[in-house]
Structure formats: structure tokens, C-alpha cells
Design a protein around this ligand. Structure first.
Ligand code: PLP
Length: 475
């Protein structure tokens, strides 16, 4: 391994090597079992004597950080990273993030391990990911050694993917966009980040739904934006409750997260008129409507908009996999350049090889076929959850009608957070509506995600939940 040692001039070379290697082992930059460069090689690179390097290695060996294996070099000892106490006189790191970060809950560590009955919302069935097709496309890409994909690329996105996305949203969502209007992002979350960076400054007001998807609200908060939590009713966001000074409205009109309602046409038109009157922008998050089970979708705000105030956000997280970190933003032409600049300064561009594979997957028809297959599967699960909730939870839960996406919600009574905790103990993981409530207007009830639970596990899982609720005296 190629270790980097910096001589600041303050300490002797031996001490510097000792201190920097030790710190790298303790904070995991050099992992247990990894080999260090031979003393002769490191001495040559640093232009110092080999004895100095050996002395530093000897001290680390004596302290149990390194072990020498005859004939194969010096290794970081297994267990070395567990020496967690700083050496005497070495200050404990005292740097902290700014105060806004104290308001943000700990970042999730991923979704594993899965509970016995997993009703968490927002996760697709990744066991059905089209692995074979993906493998073939990745292999083909590597085989032709396409060096163009391995250098810095257009921040706006891989051209073939922008084209494929423009076609996909045109056909499936009636969002008419040219490839140049499409900006490829690292998921919907980055799309929102870019929008906030270019349209908002600290102190500005942005509206979010209440209850709503927490990451956008938290992100806005960390950027110094004041968020107004606006209630949602059976027709979607209550436009009358929007504050006059709001600059950006973040909404999930096709499938409100978490309630699941679809914003009525009247409300959509009201919101657009409101944005026009207040010179505000609307971010339309259309994260999972590829999966629609009955009825025709209402036109997206983006397509109804005549004032070019709507930014349409899509994601491949639900329809394929959240691990790809691929999403997109379709923005009015007036924002195209500034959003591309923001994307460039944020992370230059999303991973080009993955974008190219996705473009091919869409072009060859694999994506549409995957959606059709998964739609059938999720419809079975959706219908099962809806039927069992109606049959077995009557009087306890009122299902909120919804025929789209990967979750269904239901209003309840009583302390849903306590039920959620007890259910978890009993092997059933699900969110309560209170998990998404900002001002705690809507707290009783649950969100039933069916992306991560197989159809043949649903009945047993809901039966277990019912027992928990009965124990708690109803929800
Ligand atoms: C409302 C909403 N928007 C967007 C996303 C997807 O975000 P991303 O594309 O960043 O994975 C989710 C995922 O749970 C979501 O619930």
C-alpha cells in the first residue's frame, strides 16, 4: 500500500512516521491485515535513512500495531484498530459541524438486516433487480474498453441517458422535454439539493408537505432555508395554507408521501395559479408513479404548467434500485445553465459508466419490461395489503385510497408510535404516520410499504401486527 507521510518540520522524521501511521491505523484508513511498504522503499520515497523508517516501524510493532512476517513484509495487526485511546499529550479531535447539523437525525446505515416482516416504505424489491441484463450490459461496456466513459463527462448527464429519459417521461408521464432539458442527478435528493442551491438563499422560505418525506425538509434546513410545514388533506397540499413569502414549494402530487393521496386536478391548478401570483417555483417529486394499478394518472404539474415554474424530479430508486443513485430533473430552460453549474460544482457529474448502462437498458426495452413485470408483482401486494387491512383491521384503521406506488397508508387512533415499537419487537417493521409529521397534526396511523415484503409473507405479517395492536387495546 502507498502510504502518504507528510513532514511538517516540527518533529523528527521517525516521530512523524510513527504518529501518522498510527493515526491512519486507528481511524481505519489503513485496515487490519494490510501490508505496509518495505522500509527500504519508504525510506527511498521519503529521501531519509532506512534506519529512521525501521525505528518507527519497530515502535509500532512493539505497541502491537504492526506485525512482521518473515519473507512477506510488515502488516497491520488484526485487532490493532481497537487501540482507541489517544496517546498521552495528543489532543482529542474537537472539530464539530455547525449547529444546524445537530437538528438532523443520524444518517441511516442502509436497510440491512431485514426484519422478519418488512413493511418499510420506500424500498423496492431489489431481489428482482434485472441482474442478468445488467451484467450483460456492464460486461459489454467493459469489453469494448470505451475510454470515453472513463474520463470527466458532461455534468448534465450522459447524452444517451438524457435522451432515453426524455423519451421515457414523454411516453409514461406526458412530460414533454427535450434531452437538453434533462439533468441527470444522484437520485431525487440531489435534484432537490441543486434546486435549493440555485433558487434559495439562507433565510428564504420553502414549503414542504406535512406529513411529508423528511430528507428534503432536513436538507433545506441545513442550507439555512426556513421551511413552512403545510398540511395535506384528501386532495393533496392545502394551497390556502401556503405562506405568502414562500419561494419554493416541494410536493409529491402523484402519490403523496406518506399519505398516498393523489393531488386533485382542482388543487393542481390552484397551486400553479398560486405560484404564478407569488412568483414561486414548484418542485414536483414524481418518485414512484411508474407503478399505477388502476385508473388514469392526472397530468403532472409540469405538463399543466404554462408559466414554466415547475421543476419535475424523477428517480430510478424505486423502479430499479436506490443503490444506483440515479435520478433526474427536468427544469424550465431558464434554469438549465445554472442547474448544470450547480451539478458541476457539487459532484461534477453522476457516474458515467452506470449512466451508459442504464441508457442501453432503457433503449433495448429492458426497462419497460422490468416495469411491466414489477407492476404486476406490486399490484398483487398492493391489493393484498388493501384487502387484509379492510377485512382484519376494521374499526382500527381507515385505509387511505391509493392505487399507485410502493406503499399504502391508513389512519388510526391512539398511540401508533407505541404500536410501532411493540411491532418491531414482534418482528414487524413499519413506519407510523407520526414518523413523517412535522407539526404533529397527523400522528395516528401507519404506512405499509410492500416493496420489500414478498406477497406470501404479507398476510402473516399483518396478522402479527394485528395481534400487537390488540394487545395494546387497538391503535
Ligand atoms: C418522496 C420520495 N421522493 C424521492 C425518493 C427517492 O429519493 P432518491 O432518488 O434520492 O433515492 C423517495 C425515497 O424514499 C421518496 O420517498
Amino acid at each position: 500500500m502507498d502510504v502518504h507521510i507528510e513532514f511538517s518540520g516540527g518533529r523528527g522524521h521517525r516521530d512523524e512516521i510513527y504518529r501518522q501511521l498510527r493515526a491512519a491505523i486507528l481511524d481505519g484508513r489503513i485496515r487490519e491485515g494490510e501490508s505496509l511498504p518495505p522500509t527500504r522503499e519508504l525510506a527511498r520515497r521519503l529521501a531519509i535513512s532506512r534506519t529512521t523508517v525501521s525505528a518507527a516501524y519497530d515502535r509500532l510493532t512493539a505497541e502491537g500495531f504492526l506485525a512482521a512476517k518473515v519473507g512477506s513484509g510488515t502488516f497491520v495487526r488484526v485487532g490493532a484498530g481497537r487501540h482507541l485511546t489517544p496517546p498521552p499529550g495528543e489532543p482529542v479531535a474537537s472539530l464539530r459541524g455547525t449547529a444546524v447539523w445537530d437538528d438532523v437525525p443520524r444518517a441511516p446505515r442502509g436497510f440491512a438486516p431485514s426484519p422478519e416482516f418488512d413493511f418499510r416504505a420506500g424500498v423496492p424489491d431489489v431481489s428482482r433487480f434485472p441482474f442478468a441484463a445488467w451484467r450483460r450490459l456492464v460486461a459489454a461496456q467493459v469489453r469494448i474498453s470505451n475510454a470515453d466513459l472513463m474520463t470527466y463527462a458532461d455534468p448534465g448527464g450522459h447524452p444517451a441517458l438524457r435522451e432515453a429519459i426524455a423519451r421515457h417521461v414523454g411516453v409514461s408521464r406526458d412530460v414533454r422535454a427535450a434531452p437538453a432539458d434533462v439533468l441527470v442527478t444522484s437520485g431525487a435528493q440531489q435534484a432537490l439539493d441543486l434546486v435549493a442551491r440555485v433558487l434559495l438563499k439562507p433565510g428564504d422560505v420553502a414549503a414542504v408537505e406535512d406529513p411529508g418525506y423528511p430528507p428534503p425538509r432536513l436538507l433545506l434546513h441545513t442550507l439555512g432555508v426556513r421551511t413552512a410545514a403545510v398540511p395535506v388533506d384528501s386532495e393533496g397540499l392545502v394551497v390556502d395554507a401556503l405562506p405568502d413569502d414562500c419561494r419554493v414549494v416541494y410536493v409529491t402530487p402523484s402519490h403523496q408521501y406518506p399519505l398516498g393521496v393523489s393531488m386533485s386536478l382542482a388543487r393542481r391548478l390552484e397551486l400553479l395559479a398560486w405560484a404564478e401570483r407569488h412568483d414561486a417555483a414548484i418542485v414536483e417529486d414524481d418518485y414512484d408513479t411508474e407503478f399505477r394499478y388502476t385508473g388514469r394518472p392526472l397530468e403532472p404539474l409540469y405538463s399543466l404548467d404554462t408559466g414554466r415554474r415547475v421543476l419535475y424530479v424523477g428517480s430510478f430508486s424505486k423502479v430499479l434500485s436506490p443503490a444506483l443513485r440515479l435520478g433526474f430533473l427536468v427544469a424550465p430552460p431558464s434554469l438549465r445553465d445554472v442547474l448544470t453549474k450547480a451539478k458541476y460544482l457539487t459532484d461534477w457529474h453522476s457516474a458515467a459508466p452506470a449512466q451508459a448502462v442504464l441508457a442501453e437498458f432503457i433503449d433495448e426495452g429492458g426497462f419497460a419490461a422490468h416495469i411491466r413485470r414489477m407492476r404486476r408483482e406490486y399490484q398483487t401486494r398492493h391489493d393484498l395489503v388493501a384487502a387484509i387491512l379492510k377485512r382484519d383491521f376494521a374499526g382500527m384503521l381507515d385505509v387511505i385510497p391509493s392505487s399507485v406506488g410502493l406503499h399504502l397508508s391508513a389512519f388510526g387512533h391512539g398511540d401508533s408510535a407505541a404500536v410501532r415499537r411493540a411491532a418491531r419487537q414482534a418482528g414487524v417493521t413499519l413506519y407510523s404516520l407520526g414518523d413523517f409529521a412535522v407539526e404533529k397534526r397527523t400522528t395516528a396511523g401507519f404506512v405499509f410499504g410492500y416493496g420489500a415484503i414478498a406477497a406470501d409473507r404479507i398476510e402473516a405479517g399483518l396478522c402479527r401486527l394485528r395481534e400487537v395492536m390488540a394487545d395494546k387495546g387497538g391503535d
